[in-house]
Design a binder for this molecule. Structure first.
Ligand code: FUL
Length: 622
């Protein structure tokens, strides 16, 4: 208490006499001296601040991904790279329609998959023939990247590019120096010919497997190219300004430190540091006191939550009814923007080259809901900044008759991220009641609580580093929403009469993906459906829950009438991106097969281990 009083007094005197101490700040990175104590590290951590472009990026809050390309026309999530460019032929492509939908949805930037893993380029690049220039679209004279850029300019949206490092088409992929040069040439075209670029997104995904091509990327040269050509851009994921949150479900961390001990994956030391600290990009706490005390350096490396509005990243007509519900999207908003992250929501244009009506509608609903919720701050003087040391309390008056269920607090991150724990209480007819507690705040922290009618609100900063700089506090009312999202059936045929021929595999066909069949070998799953029928596809649902071991990546699928003579079905044989997006996969054969028995033969597990897990398997007949 005494200490707090003394500090407050010094601050007060300092302000009164205009002798503000010159604060020391570290931008983006700070290395701790070898002999730094835990307290010194904490002090330095509190002074780590974003670069101007990182700050500007954070303030956008809502950004949009546009996954569009060859996969839009094949129905796949990862293309092979062998696709014929002739199949790329959107009939009504209109980037202005995309941007209008995003603008109305409240999004501030659009990031386009200029090249996904299949290597097909959405701009007429000089580096490869595998591009729009070889497609019938606009007689080979089209340029999707240019059209999107122009539309962004027209409607005042920022513009970003996704360029996949992993390239299944480029012959030089795996010949490291040659591919690095090729990749930098592609990057140079994108960063030179399309005006200002605000985010460059490098996916870390690579499905080559242990026997595949091995490419060693020259990240240093790649990042230098960006800094030289687009100094205002942030570099994401395999870049060093923006960190992947660690899942593709749209869920951030409650405790989210932008000042983190996790080195960007593109730094050569990252593997070693992660091992030493026992952390990874999915760890729960990446900046708390315990891990900080063991670290040697710290990065301003804020989190981005990327998630698709549909189960897949690319458009598939079969998912038109699976656009995430308003409830789901609102939860994602609270668990991303409300958890000190930027939301990168993917809205994939369809085969026409338009954003589908269902997605447009949902974006409108989301923005209407958020605008309505946050239009009136019920707190009086909630926007007045204040400073707090650990233990400080601030009380706010509420507007008359205020029913509230949502709380907002923001730190001035231009001065670092400092709050470690806080409590919020409301004064109701029953006296003071705690409505919520939180850990980190950072740029923005939101939480919801059961509605109360309150006259005052009390915020206690229970613990912070140095003095916290609180920018604003708010209390709102978010109208309750009804869940409308229905899970898609995993099988068109009833599973209750099926029997597994594979011993002990009953959990794979019990109609419940939450119960899984697990084996410690790449054992095929054989099922007897009891009678012969015409089938058109199957569904594989990986096990739900955190244990991802045993998820099948590559497979073969067979049918049989007698359980002895098998026919292999035509399908792409890969559950693309299933590691990070473990949703049910619905595979269509493109033809009918008569089958009484079916066999799912696993060939490669996601981590190349000798294990298989099946949450559920279903059969499709339509
Ligand atoms: C992943 C990719 O493999 C997906 O296809 C998608 O692009 C997503 C944003 O990143 O790693």
């Amino acid at each position: 208490m005494m200490k707090r009083l003394t500090l407050s007094l010094i601050l007060l005197l300092g302000t009164l006499y205009g002798i503000q101490a010159q604060e020391t700040y570290y931008e983006k990175h700070v290395a701790f001296p070898a002999d730094a104590t835990a307290a010194q590290k904490l002090d330095m951590a509190a002074r780590l601040v974003p670069t101007p472009q990182q700050l500007e990026w954070q303030q956008m809050e809502l950004t949009a991904f546009l996954h569009f390309g060859i996969n839009t026309f094949t129905g796949r999530e990862w293309g092979e790279g062998t696709e014929d460019p002739a199949i790329f032929n959107p009939t009504e492509l209109d980037c202005e329609q995309w941007v209008r939908a995003l603008k109305e949805g409240g999004f501030k930037m659009a990031i386009i998959t200029a090249k996904h893993h299949d290597g097909f380029c959405l701009w007429p690049t000089k580096t490869t023939k595998h591009s729009v220039a070889s497609s019938p679209w606009r007689d080979g004279k089209g340029d999707v990247v240019r059209e999107l850029r122009n539309a962004c300019d027209k409607y005042g949206l920022k513009f970003g590019v996704y360029l996949s490092p992993w390239d299944r088409n480029a012959a030089c992929y795996g010949d490291s120096p040659a591919y690095n040069q090729f990749f930098i040439e592609q990057l140079t075209e994108l960063l030179t010919n399309y005006g200002e670029v605000h985010e460059v997104w490098f996916d870390g995904a690579n499905g080559e497997g242990p026997n595949g091509k091995k490419q060693i990327y020259d990240w240093d040269a790649i990042l230098k190219t960006i800094r030289r050509l687009q100094p205002k851009a942030v570099t994401a994921i395999m870049g060093d300004d923006v960190r992947w949150v660690g899942n593709e479900k749209g869920i951030g961390r409650e405790t989210e430190w932008s000042a983190t001990v996790l080195p960007p994956g593109c730094y050569s030391r990252s593997g070693e540091v992660n091992k030493e600290l026992g952390i990874g990009n999915m760890s729960k706490d990446l900046g708390g006191r315990e891990v900080l005390a063991r670290a040697n350096e710290l990065f301003w490396y804020p989190s981005e939550v990327d998630v698709s509005i549909r189960p897949g990243w690319f458009y598939h007509a079969a998912q038109d009814k699976e656009v995430k519900s308003l409830v789901h999207l609102t939860n994602i908003y609270f668990q991303s923007v409300g958890y000190n992250s930027v939301l990168l929501l993917n809205i994939p244009p369809d085969k026409r080259g338009l954003i589908h009506e269902n997605d447009v509608e949902r974006l409108k609903e989301l923005s209407t809901y958020l605008k309505k919720t946050f239009s009136v701050n019920r707190l009086l003087k909630g926007d007045m900044p204040w400073q707090a040391v650990s233990g400080d309390v601030k009380e706010y008056e509420l507007q008359k008759n205020s029913l509230i269920n949502t709380f907002l607090i923001q730190e001035d991150i231009a001065k670092g991220q400092r709050i470690e724990a806080f409590t919020v209480e409301a004064l109701t007819a029953d006296g003071w009641t705690t409505v919520g507690e939180g850990t980190t705040v950072g740029y923005k922290r939101l939480f919801r609580f059961p509605a109360v009618e309150a006259t005052r609100l009390r915020v206690t900063i229970k613990s912070c580093r140095l003095q916290a700089n609180i920018l604003s506090v708010g209390a709102y009312y978010a109208a309750p929403l009804q869940e409308k999202e229905e899970a898609r059936a995993l099988s068109d045929l009833p599973v209750n009469e099926w029997k597994t021929v594979t011993p002990g595999a009953a959990n794979a066909i019990d109609g419940n993906p939450a119960t899984a069949w697990r084996t410690n070998k790449l054992t095929p799953l054989v099922v007897d459906m009891g009678k012969a029928q015409d089938i058109t596809g199957f569904c594989y649902a990986p096990a739900t829950g955190d244990d991802k071991s045993g998820i099948i990546y590559k497979y073969r699928f067979y049918v049989s009438l007698d359980g002895k003579k098998w026919t292999e079905c035509t399908c792409d044989g890969e559950f693309s991106n299933i590691m990070h997006n473990p949703v049910p996969f619905f595979v269509r054969f493109g033809q009918k097969y008569r089958a009484r028995y079916f066999k799912l033969e696993p060939l490669v597990e996601i981590n190349n281990e000798s294990k298989v897990t099946v949450g559920e398997v279903g059969i499709l007949i339509h």
